[in-house]
Design a protein around this ligand. Structure first.
Ligand SMILES: C[S@@+](CC[C@H](N)C(=O)[O-])C[C@H]1O[C@@H](n2cnc3c(N)ncnc32)[C@H](O)[C@@H]1O
Length: 178
């Protein structure tokens, strides 16, 4: 619910969930035929998650890390066996996903509000993302400004930036590879 987003502004960093146009722009960067593992960070109530599940392969897995328990309860209601919900910070991905073996490509779809989190937490999360990434991984992150560009570029040097106007507020989508 949008009211939950406002209530938890200190961790959500947003006044509205992603618009359908922003979700579409994010998802266009995924080659679902080769995506065996998708890791979603900060899924909220599942605006992006729902579309990912619709397009994902039957044998793919979607790991969702969300710190807000109320949003985790919403995600569980999607009731899809391919979706694994963790009420955990994105700083701990490896503890839950690290040993998973897979043949295809890993996509990391992140809504983490880096702009409002303490610097040390941002570093832990980026390190955690990097630890489970390889040369085939694609990192997709949206942000409301370009301020975080250097942070993402440090871990994903091949970084492209896209822009979506139809969102509150308008958003940049960063797409990175190692
Ligand atoms: C801007 S909202 C995005 C919600 C949804 N993905 C969307 O695009 O509409 C950011 C989400 O990140 C979650 N979040 C913040 N810090 C987090 C962390 N360290 N680990 C996992 N989730 C986090 C918040 O609880 C919130 O649901």
């Amino acid at each position: 619910m949008a009211s939950e987003l406002l209530k938890s502004f200190k961790t959500s960093g947003a006044v509205a969930f992603s618009s359908p146009r922003l979700v579409k722009r994010i998802i266009k960067n995924i080659d679902f035929s080769h995506a065996s593992r998708i890791i979603e960070l900060g899924p909220g109530n599942g605006r992006i998650t729902d579309d990912l599940l619709h397009l994902m392969r039957k044998d793919a897995t979607l790991f969702a890390f969300e710190v807000n328990k109320s949003f985790c309860d919403d995600l569980e209601k999607l009731n899809d066996p391919r979706l694994k919900v963790f009420n955990e910070s994105a700083a701990h991905i490896r503890e839950f996903v690290g040993s998973d073996t897979h043949d295809g490509i890993t996509y990391i779809v992140s809504s983490i509000p880096f702009g409002i989190l303490p610097e040390s937490e941002c570093d832990k999360i980026m390190q955690s993302i990097h630890d489970i990434s390889d040369e085939k991984t694609t990192f997709i992150q949206y942000s409301y400004s370009l301020i975080q560009y250097r942070r993402y570029k440090k871990y994903f040097p091949h970084l492209k930036v896209q822009f979506e106007l139809i969102n509150i507020p308008p958003a940049f989508v960063f797409v990175g590879r190692q």
